[in-house]
Every structure is written in C-alpha cells, then in structure tokens.
Design a protein around this ligand. Structure first.
Ligand code: ZN
Length: 231
C-alpha cells in the first residue's frame, strides 16, 4: 500500500523575517515536505512587487521556485502566484494507476485551484471524479463498457458502484446532480470542493486495492494451472 496521500494545501512559510505562501508538497516528488529555503529575490516595477523564493526538497533534493505577490492590498492568502516547475504528479503517486484522461484533467484542476480559479477547479474535480468512477466501473464490469462510457455520473454511481454509493452523503449527491447556478448561490459552496476531493482520494485508494486484488487473483490462477499441469 502506498503511503496515504494528504491533500495539497497552501501553507505559510517564514524566511528572512517575511511570510511566504508555499505549497505543502514538493512539485518534483509529490511528498509532503517542509522545504529548505536557499535564497529569495525581489522583482519590482511600478505595478508589481513580486518575491521569488528558491526552495529545496529535503527528500528528493530537487530545487524549485515559488512566486508570491507582495503588492499593496494583497491579502496573505492571495500571495501565492505559481511554482516553477508547476505542481504535477509522478510515479510515487497513486495517480499512476489511472488513465491519462483522468491524470490530465485532475492535474489541471489542482493547478487551477492553486491559481485561485475555484469555480473552474470545482467543475474540473467533478469531471475528474466522473472519469475515475467510469474507469473503475469498466475494470469491474468490462462487459458493460459502452453503457458506462455513455451514462451520466449519477447513473454510473447507482448502477455500477452500488457498494460504494453509501459513502456519498445526500449533500454530495445533490452537488453532483445539480447545476452550477443552483448551488453556487449557497454559502457552503466551496466546502463542497473538499467533499469532492475526498471522494477522489477514496476512489484512488479503492482503485489501487482493486488492481492489487486482480493481480493476486491472476497469479493464483497461474499457480493453480501450473500445479494442474505438473500432476
Ligand atoms: Zn521532492
């Protein structure tokens, strides 16, 4: 089992008497780290006051930059601009078990959230969840592949994830079913993002267990066939 992955977050980081906002994971190796700062530089003109901090990952030893906006009136949580390289996934991640289609959309959704485009990232996460649920359903029900690919998210859940649907709270099902204009007005709109992300985390672990079980069953089948052949 892979180490359970915690969610990517923006966290504050003190360096040289200044507070930076950085991401909680290394953009190279995806591990939760407390990076080492090496240097910082100012980039300033009449309109912008940007600080770049150079960080080093204590785990993989790779370097990266985080850009923060120190302009006037920028709130602490709005300082984070981007990282170089952009945060992505690699072979250490559970993501490696998933389809390229899922990886592409999920990575884009995370980067969009980091850039502060919450609404767009929310749609991205819901669509990512749909792709993941369908990929898993196809593995478990290969005979129904066409039906799975053309059904909507809730039908896929009801028909092909009957054992998992109890994990979905009514609120989450409502969010997945309703259109944007309906729930965007509610105060708790953004708290749903975490619910959808938790769901993705759960199904990533579920997929890993499923693939491992399939491998074990296939190996046992081969061993049994070899035994039969030997007798
Ligand atoms: Zn690293």
């Amino acid at each position: 089992m892979q180490k359970h992955e915690t969610k990517l977050k923006k966290v504050s980081y003190e360096y040289d008497d200044k507070e930076y906002i950085v991401i909680s994971k290394c953009p190279h190796c995806n591990l939760d780290i407390h990076p080492n700062a090496e240097d910082s530089k100012d980039l300033e003109n009449d309109n912008f006051k940007i600080r770049v901090i150079s960080l080093n990952c204590p785990s993989c030893k790779n370097h990266y930059f985080i850009f923060n906006d120190f302009g006037e009136g920028v709130p602490a949580n709005g300082k984070y601009l981007f990282s170089i390289p952009m945060y992505g996934f690699n072979e250490h991640s559970l993501i490696k078990n998933t389809s390229k289609k899922f990886q592409s959309l999920y990575t884009q959704s995370i980067n969009t959230e980091l850039l502060g485009y919450k609404d767009i990232s929310f749609f991205g996460y819901i669509k990512s969840l749909e792709i993941l649920l369908k990929d898993i359903a196809v593995i478990e029900h290969p005979e129904s592949e066409d039906q799975i690919l053309f059904c909507n998210l809730t039908t896929c859940l009801e028909q092909f994830h009957a054992t998992n649907i109890h994990l979905f709270s009514n609120k989450l099902l409502e969010v997945l079913k309703c259109d944007y204009l309906h729930y965007q007005k509610t105060d708790s709109f953004f708290s749903y993002i975490d619910l959808v992300k938790d769901c993705i985390d759960y199904f990533l672990l579920y997929l890993e267990l499923l693939l491992k079980t399939i491998t074990i069953n296939e190996n046992n089948k081969l061993i049994n066939e070899a035994k039969k052949g030997a007798n």
